[in-house]
Design a protein around this ligand. Structure first.
Ligand SMILES: [Fe+2]
Ligand SMILES: [Fe+2]
Length: 293
């Protein structure tokens, strides 16, 4: 019987000559539980992806089955947000609690970026889509490590305090809707990070905590890019399907995001990221200014 030329051998992780696809790499990150181990694999895979891109021999995107929930370390304990204790931001303990919450967000962000890579391989996208999310995942890995370093310099660590259990909900809600995922994760949740980070930077300026300030300034600068990638690919898909981006964004956020958006908004950084006021203001729990209706 003639061998069919399209019959491919299944790649195996044990065979170093077989190239791991990007989707398989993403699943490897998602199924690694320990935070530092997850970010190390994430950065290593990002470096492999970009080395192949630069050499003009991009890795195959492939297909893989991302888990519904990424693997997580045994600690921190995950609690309903109402049960996570609040601490005064002015105290050293309050600042540790704040950094612990940031570390938790960054670890989720690593998984969110690898998840969008592996989850939607059935939607044909340009290689630039993968470049953007691999780069974002590598940056989030760095953010997690920087904040962990800062916690450890204060004799704490990621896992020392309870954390928010609802962080993966946006991913679960948009598990089969790429445009919904883009609308809710980078364009709502990560954009919210742009609103709150300047206030956090002020808190650590007052505390003269240079290590944390350096970390937060890197995070603040790089997060603009993640929101921008979200709006870039959201607009790209609207164009592909002949949809009005603003109306589509409003519909998807109302469908998948639970609750109203909270002003004040960082209008300048949101504009840098390609988010105009009439995208987010009509979804806020306050009357929009005249220019944003
Ligand atoms: Fe981040
Ligand atoms: Fe981000």
């Amino acid at each position: 019987m003639p061998k069919r030329f399209w019959t491919q051998q299944k790649p195996s992780k044990k065979d170093p000559l077989m190239t791991q696809s990007l989707a398989e790499m993403a699943v490897e990150v998602l199924t690694t539980a320990d935070g530092r181990a997850k970010t190390a694999i994430s950065k290593q895979h990002a470096a492999t992806w970009f080395a192949a891109r630069e050499a003009g021999t991009p890795l195959p995107i492939g297909t893989a089955q991302p888990p519904l929930l990424p693997a997580r370390p045994e600690q921190p304990e995950l609690l309903d947000p109402r049960d996570v204790p609040r601490r005064k931001p002015g105290s050293p303990q309050g600042r540790i609690a704040m950094l612990h919450a940031v570390a938790h967000i960054e670890l989720n962000a690593v998984d969110l970026h690898w998840d969008i890579i592996a989850r939607f391989t059935d939607v044909e996208m340009p290689l630039g889509f993968y470049d953007d999310w691999v780069k974002s995942a590598a940056e989030e890995s760095n953010h997690f490590n920087l904040i962990c370093d800062s916690l450890e310099a204060k004799d704490s660590f990621y896992g020392a305090l309870p954390a928010h259990a609802g962080m993966w909900r946006a991913a679960e809600d948009t598990v089969d809707d790429l445009m919904g995922r883009l609308a809710v994760v980078p364009m709502v949740l990560e954009a919210r990070g742009l609103d709150v980070t300047p206030g956090m930077i002020r808190i650590f300026e007052n505390a003269k905590d240079t290590q944390t300030l350096e970390a937060l300034r890197i995070i603040y600068a790089e997060e603009v890019g993640h929101v921008a990638y979200g709006s870039k690919w959201f607009n790209f898909l609207c164009g592909r399907h002949g949809l009005d981006p603003k109306a589509e964004f409003h519909g998807l956020v109302q469908k998948y995001f639970h609750g109203a958006l909270k002003p004040p908004f960082n209008e300048e950084k949101r504009a840098d990221a390609g988010l105009p006021p009439d995208f987010y203001w009509p979804l806020a729990d306050e009357e929009p200014p005249a220019y944003a209706r």
